[in-house]
Structure formats: C-alpha cells, structure tokens
Design a protein around this ligand. Structure first.
Ligand code: SF4
Ligand code: SF4
Length: 301
C-alpha cells in the first residue's frame, strides 16, 4: 500500500496490499490491519490449542472463557443470562466486570476489530462486496445503523420473556468461536448465510446493523480511554471515509468541520462516537498522517 502516491480506497487497493504499509521514504512495514489479523488469529489459535493440546491458557469461547485462570464473560451474554434466569453467579459478575474494565481502557468496539473472529471474515466479504458493486453486479445498499439499538433491545426482551438466550441461536461470533475451539457444527451454515448477505446485499451488514455484542461494546466505547485522534494536517480527501464501514464517525475530517475548528484555533480532536471500532484502517490509508491512536489517560501513567 503506497498511500503517499495513491489514494488507497477499497476499490483501488488489492486486498493483500492493505497488509503492508509504506512510509514516505518507501520503507515497508506491517499495516495496522496486518497487526490486527495477527492478534485475532493468535487469540483464536490459543482457544484452539487450549482445548486440543490442553495448554490451558485461554479456555472456553468468546461468550465466556478463562484466561490463565481469570474469568472473562461477554457483557451481552451476562445481560441475557440475568434476564432469562434472574440469576448471576459470582464468577459471572467478576468476569463481566473484568471485561468492562478492559474495554473501558482499550476502546469499546476494539472487540469488533481486534478480537472478534467474524470481523476478520467480514473484512474479506467487504472486499468482495466492493468488487461486485464496482462491476455493477450488485447495488450499493446502506441503511440507518440506529436499527442495531432495536435489535439490542429486542434480543434482551426475548431473553426476559422466553427464559432462553434467543440471540445465541443466531450469534455468528459464538458459533464461530465454538467451531474454532471444539469443531464443526451445522450452525456454521448460518455464518455462511450471513457472510453471503454481506457479500451480495449490504457491506458489513451484521456488524453495522445487527450485532448486539458490538452495540454493547459501542456503549462502553462512548467513555473509553483509547480513541482515534485527528489533527489539522487533514486535507479532507475522504479516503478514510471510503475504507471505514462506520464512516459517520469521521465527520471531523470534513472540510466544514475543519473550518469551524480553525476558527476556534483547535489543532487536534478526538473521534467521540462509540461506533468507531478502532480498526486503524483510516490511519493506514491517511497520506497526511492526520489520524492516530491516542490513550487519553496517558498523563496518569
Ligand atoms: S484524515 Fe487523512 S484520509 Fe481522512 S480526510 Fe483527512 S487527510 Fe484524508
Ligand atoms: S474511524 Fe478509523 S478506526 Fe474507527 S472504525 Fe473507522 S476506519 Fe476504523
């Protein structure tokens, strides 16, 4: 990826090129996308090896696990369990609080980009969807992403009224995670169906419009310490908008925003929305180095 000489939009870049970043001196290094993929694959390889060769480092699945003996429980799973059973074992409380604290520090939807195994498949589907749109085989379809708050509430209400974790039947993240840790199941057909919807119908549809797990981490992300920071080197080229599937969070890169901040003498600003997944794709493609990760509590450490 040579962002200093090309506009590295999804359409213009080959998928493989996005794993290598090139600085303005031509020196190559791993892109943030490559680093994310290494993190995701390492996490799920550890789940796999913990079960198959019993290394006992990371046991369980994405819904609930133990890392070196510490309980980790997904927040949305805990909410569903409580609403379905009115019961919350102490280990679940400890595991959930641990996860909330971790994501308050590293960024809420960091889960979506740096941990979730479905997110990785969805990135491949996104590229295929883009090729099909470019060739005019399918149309580009976008919807109001606020629909995900309705899904979030709906699945909680269903847990409460039915006494079952209804969402877990459809949860592609849980299905994939169980597949990685324990082996095949027929439920993988559903994962394939969702991927096909993302390829043939709407870009990143599950993550953008449906997944209540991502929505929950988005709520945490509103107050989390890690953020994307923008600076006024930005020339409003909009390449970051092209690669970001939640690009409404990048309003501050638009010229009209820059004009306002210029008037106020502001040189840097944070992406405030919890919808940002901190995937770093915008940083990877920005030829002005106008975006970076920032830990807002760095003054305290
Ligand atoms: S932040 Fe970078 S990629 Fe985004 S509009 Fe500004 S210059 Fe372009
Ligand atoms: S703003 Fe950047 S880091 Fe956030 S989701 Fe979009 S591309 Fe990823």
């Amino acid at each position: 990826m040579d962002k200093f000489n090309n506009r590295e939009t999804i359409e213009k870049s080959s998928f493989l090129s996005t794993f290598i970043d090139q600085n303005d001196n031509g020196k190559k290094k791993l892109s943030i996308r490559a680093k994310r993929w290494i993190v995701i694959i390492s996490i799920h390889l550890t789940f796999f090896l913990s079960f198959y060769i019993d290394i006992q480092m990371l046991e369980g699945t994405m819904n609930g696990s133990r890392f070196l003996g510490f309980h980790l429980i997904d927040v949305y799973v805990t909410m569903q369990v409580y609403l379905a059973s009115y019961h919350m074992p102490i280990n679940m409380v400890i595991g959930t609080v641990t996860i909330i604290l971790v994501y308050l520090l590293i960024g809420g939807r960091t889960y979506c980009s740096w941990v979730c195994p479905y997110g990785l498949l969805s990135e491949i589907a996104e590229k295929i969807n883009n090729i099909l749109v470019k060739k005019k085989i399918i149309k580009k379809r976008e919807f109001d992403n606020r629909v995900r708050h309705i899904f979030w509430l709906m699945f909680l209400v269903l847990s409460f009224t039915s006494g079952y974790l209804v969402f877990e039947t459809f949860n592609v993240v849980g299905i994939l995670s169980r597949f990685i840790a324990y082996g095949w199941s027929i439920a993988l057909v559903w994962v394939l169906a969702v991927l096909l919807i993302e390829i043939l119908y709407s870009r990143r549809a599950w993550c953008k419009y449906i997944c209540p797990i991502g929505t929950t981490y988005g709520y945490i992300g509103v107050v989390s310490a890690t953020r994307i920071q923008w600076n006024n080197n930005c020339d409003h080229c909009m390449v970051c908008h092209d690669v970001c599937f939640e690009n409404h969070v990048l309003e501050l890169t638009k010229a009209k925003y820059a004009k306002q901040v210029e008037e106020k003498g502001i040189k840097t600003a944070y992406i405030k929305s919890g919808d940002c997944t901190l995937c770093g794709r915008c940083i990877d493609v920005c030829h002005q180095d106008a975006l970076k990760f920032d830990f807002r509590l760095k003054g305290l450490v």
